[in-house]
Design a protein around this ligand. Structure first.
Ligand SMILES: [Mg+2]
Length: 386
């Protein structure tokens, strides 16, 4: 039985600003872009949320909803510094801390009882230490796996602690709206509602075969999530590193098939280094430099860290297909793997299935490419990066 804790700072950016300037406390404060510009809300105090403001909302709309709010541009440097201090505290409680963002982490406390006492008391001490030394409120979820710990911290907000006892996962989830399941966003939530699926109980009643048929691999995960099952381990992140491969093309290209096959070669090299070092990557980035030297990058965070070529390639190819729509000539293309973690890969049957399927998909794709563009379309991509 594992003891997993998920800790998430409340309104982190705003809380940091309030520590720096206590006169902001108790006021509607919004951190984000220029209130007269086109940016979005990065964080809103609970006082601002009372006006219906939430993060990712266009900031102009937030200003209409609450014109007297205090708008701040925010400082990434400052938030990183606070984040570092928070993680210094977490690291003292467990050697297994997996940061999910500046203000959110999983902490594996399995086997720490003899050192720190019962999990609930440890959680309270961590919470209080962060409050007393840094001045920020956190919400804490405790459970036997990451999924349930995350759901618990979400429900404990703001400034609360919630433990879901092992064995009670499915019963706890049953009455909750399906939007509480991480990964079910507003869009898929709406889709489910149209099918008459409102709470987790409705979702759990769907047979695995049906979910898999409709959603593929994601269907299997939904089936597991609806039961509160999650085998994903807490992975220690090596924050300082990234593994990347990029190449300047011999000739600028607008040919998506050629660019994708080049990407495939770059992924092969980056992923094999990743595996050699016993690492997995959670974040995959694409870099394109156009013939006018304008450079753009796009990133995607995986729900589980991966080291397999097909998963990484699929991710970067999706980024490429979304970004490369205007057919501007490309002179440089690259892939970067960040948020690296070490540790055992998740031992789920799901990943074995996923691998086999995705490998197959990749090779079918490569074969199709070769049929269409000749064998050298793939070779050429690899040869460019040697
Ligand atoms: Mg937070």
């Amino acid at each position: 039985m594992r003891s997993i804790l998920h800790i998430d700072m409340d309104a982190f950016f705003v809380s940091v600003e309030q520590v720096r300037d206590p006169s902001l406390t108790g006021k509607p404060v919004i951190v984000g872009g220029d209130p007269d510009g086109r940016g979005v809300v990065a964080a809103a105090s609970y006082e601002a949320r009372a006006y219906g403001i939430h993060s990712a909302m266009p900031i102009a709309r937030a200003k209409r909803l609450c014109p007297h709010a205090i708008f701040l541009r925010g400082s990434h440097h400052l938030y990183s510094e606070f984040s570092g201090r928070i993680f210094d505290i977490l690291d003292r409680y467990s050697p297994l801390v997996e940061p999910m963002s500046l203000d959110e982490a999983y902490v594996d406390l399995t086997g720490c009882e003899r050192l720190h006492g019962p999990m609930t008391e440890t959680a309270e001490r961590m919470h209080d230490e962060i409050k007393n030394t840094i001045g920020i409120n956190a919400s804490v979820g405790m459970a036997a796996n990451k999924l349930m710990a995350k759901i618990a911290s979400g429900m404990a907000k703001p400034n609360g602690l919630l433990r879901i006892l092992p064995g009670h996962e499915a019963a706890f989830l049953a009455p909750l709206p399906i939007g509480r399941i991480p990964g079910i966003g507003p869009k898929s939530g709406e889709e489910f509602k149209r099918m008459g699926i409102h709470n987790v109980r409705d979702l759990a009643a769907l047979p695995l075969e049906l979910l898999e048929e409709v959603y593929g691999e994601w269907g299997y995960r939904l089936y597991q999530k609806a039961r509160g099952v999650c085998e994903s381990p807490v992975l220690k992140r090596d924050d300082t590193r990234s593994i990347s491969r990029e190449t300047t093309l011999e000739e600028d290209s607008t040919d998506p098939a050629f660019l994708e096959s080049t990407l495939s070669g770059l992924v092969e090299k980056a992923a094999s280094q990743l595996r050699e070092e016993g690492l997995r990557a959670r974040c995959v980035s694409l870099k394109l430099r156009y013939s006018d030297f304008k450079t753009v990058t796009r990133s995607h965070t995986l729900s589980d860290a991966a080291c397999e070529d097909p998963i990484i390639f699929d991710t970067v190819r999706n980024l490429f297909r979304k970004l490369f729509t205007r057919r501007t000539r490309v002179r440089l293309i690259g892939v970067a793997l960040t948020s690296l973690t070490s540790g055992a890969p998740p031992q789920m049957e799901l990943f074995e299935n996923l691998d086999a399927r995705q490998w197959q998909k990749l090779y079918q794709g490569i074969d199709r490419l070769r049929e269409k563009y000749g064998f050298r379309s793939i070779l050429r991509g690899s040869s460019v990066i040697n």
